[in-house]
Design a protein. Structure first.
Ligand code: SF4
Ligand code: SF4
Length: 194
């Protein structure tokens, strides 16, 4: 399951944000470590052959590209599809803004109690996810981005592709710690495509 968080920040005129984070673990060097399309855990081309609710846990988690966009604080208007969203470059307090990964994934709910799990049935209300997000793309009947690790099978090529596509929050965000509501309003960014 991909875990989402809803930091306990509230805004008078806007819905609270719902950041999230990939669930793939980091290896000992802090680099992305995730299964690729050929591992025994993953059925070949599973994302094309099975519905989201038919995937194994390993397949479900392998879909996350680790962009970290869903861990950013965002303003959501109260529409049904939740497509009316403004992202900020302010991240959940547990996000490591250099790596773009959760700094305490195992215990995250102790520190961010509203961190919730992304499941197929929740996607209908999560069209605020970025356009690169595999969960949203598959839900909408689209294919994975060409740079996705499940397509390339090569982490270096994927990282290069993500950089070229401008995808990923690593090195581009700041922690919510110490950020006031007024500052938050001023930190809306346009580099996340929904
Ligand atoms: S791919 Fe989706 S779930 Fe994974 S980090 Fe990016 S926005 Fe979040
Ligand atoms: S607690 Fe971790 S996984 Fe959850 S939103 Fe914050 S950084 Fe992301």
């Amino acid at each position: 399951m991909i875990n989402l968080a809803n930091p306990a920040t509230s805004y008078p005129d806007r819905k609270p944000s719902i950041p999230a984070q990939p669930s793939a673990p980091l290896d000992s060097s802090g680099s992305m470590m995730r299964p690729i399309a050929t591992t025994p855990e993953l059925r070949a081309q599973f994302w094309q052959r099975f519905a989201l609710d038919e995937l194994t846990t390993a397949e479900w988690e392998a879909l996350c590209d680790g962009c970290g966009a869903c861990c950013l604080i965002k303003f959501l208007e109260d529409d049904d599809a939740q497509t009316d969203v403004e992202y900020t470059d302010v991240a959940c307090r547990l996000l490591d803004c250099e790596s773009g990964y959760c700094s305490n994934y195992a215990d995250r709910q102790k520190y961010v109690p509203d961190c919730v799990s992304l499941t197929p049935d929740k996607l209908v209300d999560m069209m605020w996810l970025p356009s690169n997000c595999a969960y949203k793309r598959l839900y909408l009947g689209q294919d994975l981005p060409e740079w996705h690790l499940l397509i390339t099978g090569d982490a270096v090529a994927t990282q290069q592709g993500m950089r070229e596509a401008g995808v990923g929050v690593a090195g581009r965000c700041v922690s919510e710690v110490g950020i006031s509501e007024e500052e938050l309003e001023e930190r809306v960014v346009t580099w996340i495509e929904v």
